[in-house]
Ligand binder design. Structure first.
Ligand SMILES: CC(C)(COP(=O)(O)OP(=O)(O)OC[C@H]1O[C@@H](n2cnc3c(N)ncnc32)[C@H](O)[C@@H]1OP(=O)(O)O)[C@@H](O)C(=O)NCCC(=O)NCCS
Length: 235
């Protein structure tokens, strides 16, 4: 227990990651210290109420005794930050003690699962994907890299979610559907049809409000695949 855990991103999502990592540390004593890193000094009152401070900028995640998670909700920003930090560094996987991870589940580095998240069986989750509070990923799903699964999302069986997809709070993906890379699913949407890459869909049944314009940022253009280390089976 010599490593420090850096939570990269000191906003609301980062403060939630602090909650999860402290809960893990109380049980397993994984890290000597848990710190926040961010380039923008924001939310100092909120950090102070958690008894935490900003230890430095994002580059500090490269220090050899630091493991990190990237607690930034937007998939492409998260991807850009992962690119800045680089592959040679150590990403942690943060699984809340009250998340349920079933058998035959493999999680990539940097995955976070918040309280009440459930991942059942024969599921693969790519690197730096976040599964928020009370979200469910059901059997036989493939979830890509840098995906954001917001609170209360229900991904039913045999679903494929592409890299960099953002799923809004409470969205439901019906069984067997495919959501293309970079798509945005609105809060509360019920996805009954496959979703085109880079499109935005809302409502029930979900309909496009914006069609796939393609990758917008250099990080998106470079693709979400460059950070794929070995997927680790869960214990
Ligand atoms: C889908 C979403 C990304 C669209 O955001 P946007 O690109 O800024 O789009 P707009 O707000 O301009 O809305 C476009 C249209 O879709 C409608 N719309 C937006 N979100 C909607 C939703 N979730 N359900 C139904 N309709 C929605 C708007 O009313 C608007 O309709 P109009 O053109 O008839 O006025 C956003 O509304 C959303 O649902 N985000 C999810 C937020 C979330 O869950 N965050 C989780 C944090 S942990």
């Amino acid at each position: 227990m010599t490593a420090r855990l850096a939570i990269v991103g000191a906003g609301g999502h980062g403060r939630e990651a602090m909650m999860v990592s402290r809960r893990i540390n109380r049980l397993y004593n994984n890290w000597a210290d848990i710190i926040f890193l961010d380039d923008v000094p924001a939310g100092s009152d909120e950090l102070a109420r958690l008894g935490a401070t900003l230890a430095g900028g994002i580059e500090m995640a490269r220090e050899p005794d630091i493991e990190h998670v990237i607690a930034i909700g937007d998939p492409s920003t998260r991807m850009a930050v992962a690119t800045r930090i680089g592959d040679a560094t150590r990403s942690s996987t943060l699984i809340d003690p009250d998340a349920r991870i079933g058998p035959d589940v493999m999680l990539g580095d940097g995955v976070m699962a918040y309280p009440g998240a459930i991942i059942t069986t024969n599921v693969r989750v790519g690197v730096h994907t976040h599964v928020n509070c009370a979200a469910v990923i059901s059997h036989d799903c493939r979830v890509g890299d840098f995906v954001s699964v917001s609170p209360g999302v229900m991904i039913n069986g045999n679903v494929e979610i592409g890299d960099g997809v953002f799923l809004g709070t409470g969205a439901i993906i019906l069984p067997g559907r495919t959501v293309g890379q970079g798509a945005v699913i609105g809060a509360g949407a019920v996805v009954c049809d496959d979703v085109e890459p880079w499109s935005t869909v809302v409502g029930s049944p979900a309909r496009p409000v914006r069609n796939g314009a393609g990758p917008a940022t250099p990080a998106e253009q470079s693709g979400f695949r460059q950070h794929r280390p070995q997927l680790l089976p869960t214990p």
